[in-house]
Write a protein that binds this ligand. Structure first.
Ligand code: FE
Length: 173
């Protein structure tokens, strides 16, 4: 800082930019209401935190129970992960992501997430940018997910479980 701030504890006095979005504040990322977990596949759920429709990424908790498998997929953009609970690894790598650990996945990665049999529940916070392409072992595309398919899954689940279709809106920016 070049110049001394004479009022270091004085709040900013001007309005935020009129085009700026509002904050997302979630007091407890691990929800008390289990209906907030959106089912994704056998033994796999996600819990939305920030669904950035404007920037094309999503931040969510991924929960996998009973040695579930997140099927093989390729990333077009980087992923950041922070393990809150349990452990997991990729079939394609020899390292293990452990509780309290951080992982970075570069664009171009294709991998298959496995939770070991002695872990009853794994929860990891992931920021996923761009596209996840589900592929066969030779890279042939089988399907995809992006922030818009995540929003659609949330809206359908929250409608079905009684939280309401607009419950997801609080996470969308
Ligand atoms: Fe991945």
């Amino acid at each position: 800082m070049d110049r001394e701030d004479p009022n270091p504890r004085m709040p900013y006095q001007l309005a935020m930019p009129s085009e700026a979005a509002t904050d997302v504040v979630i007091p407890s990322v691990l929800p008390e209401d289990d209906r907030i977990w959106v089912p994704q596949a056998d033994n796999i759920w996600f819990r939305p935190l920030c669904l950035s429709a404007s920037q094309g990424y999503w931040v969510n908790l991924l929960k996998v129970t009973r040695s579930g498998v997140l099927t093989r997929h390729r990333h077009t953009n980087p992923v950041h992960g922070y393990v809150l609970k349990g452990r997991w690894h990729y079939l394609e790598h020899d390292w293990e992501a452990v509780e309290g650990g951080y992982v970075y996945e570069p664009p171009g990665e294709t991998h298959t997430l496995i939770v070991p049999e002695d872990v009853s529940e794994m929860i990891t916070l992931f920021q996923v940018n761009g596209l996840m392409l589900y592929v066969d072992p030779w890279g042939k595309t089988l399907g995809f997910e992006d922030v818009f398919t995540k929003i659609d899954m949330c809206r359908k689940h929250y409608t079905d479980c009684g939280l309401g279709a607009d419950y997801v809106d609080q996470f969308i920016r």
